[in-house]
Write a protein of this length. Sequence first.
Length: 394
Amino acid sequence: MPIYLDHAATTPLRREVLDAMLPYLTESFGNPSSAHAFGRVARAGLDEAHERVAGRLNAQGREIVFTSGGTEANNLALKGAAWAGKAHGHRIVTSSVEHHAVGHTLRYLEKFGFEIVELPVDRYGRVDPDQLEAALNDKTILVSVMLANNEVGTLQPITEIAARVRTRKGVLLHVDAVQAAPYVDLDVDALGADLVSLGAHKFEGPKGVGALYVRHGTHILAQQQGGTQERHRRAGTEDVAGAVGLATAYELSCAERPETVARLRRQRDRLAAALGAVPGVEPTGHPKERLPGLLSVIARDTDGASVAMSLDLEGIACSVGSACTTGSTEVSHVLTAMGYPEEEARGALRLSLGRTTTDDEIAVACEVVPRVVASMRLGTVAIAADPLGQGVPA
């Protein structure tokens, strides 16, 4: 059977989640805005989903907005907060390693006169809270820093960042927690964020469903016009089945988190040790402050995309980085920001484990992945030494 080690890209839908969704895809199909019995059943399911997600975040049901995914949640947070705060300022502070759903959205806002300040990161991909504080001024209206990086797994010091942001009246903090949500306890009060984005398919929920936490009293402008759904913050007939699926998946993920995190950390360390034995392989991201199941490495003298393709032929699914940039000829903006030169960044490989990853699968991966990487490194070195294949060194 193929071995799936790309859980950072997406996760399989849990059977319990599908079972929870099915009634709202079949007999309980009503529009939650309808006043009749069919609509009231759907409305009850939707309202309960708001409360269930909020309960796990230490929030209130009215603070949860269901979206079409993590990308829309990020767009709604950033554009909504930016336009709502335009009268007070135009400066937005972010990091150089954000997901494109944040980075590209901010580039879009830049076209409308917003000033985007992109903070550098260290070799591990972390933002310096002191540098962030220094970037805040009277025109700053928003700060957006992700909780966990989707490519290298590094966790940002969000509580420290939040403390610095709170010293500036009127500055909102948005946290992209899409990649972190399955593995990091999210208490929005402890986190100190005003806006937090989630995506269901990262924790075995359905694709195409996300959520945005909006702290009560935080003003954002809706980016989708139409009806009054989601308390006027996101127009459109709600995806009740998707919302129920997200709520169910997130509850299960939170309940099982301690056990899952401990097992993933052990499995990741085992795989990291096996890969670390290959010459030229270097782990990327923070050695300790990182997601438990994400292993990212640089394999020098290789092409990460070619390695991933070879592993696919061996029955192991992995990636070189974000699934959103697969097929791009550009090297990872995350690794570039971390200081890796292009020739090294091209050797990136990401192996991400999930709740369903077994010890037997890791045992196979510990044999296959190092062998494939070592083989491709030797091949690349041999070609570089004798590019014409004539037995004559270059």
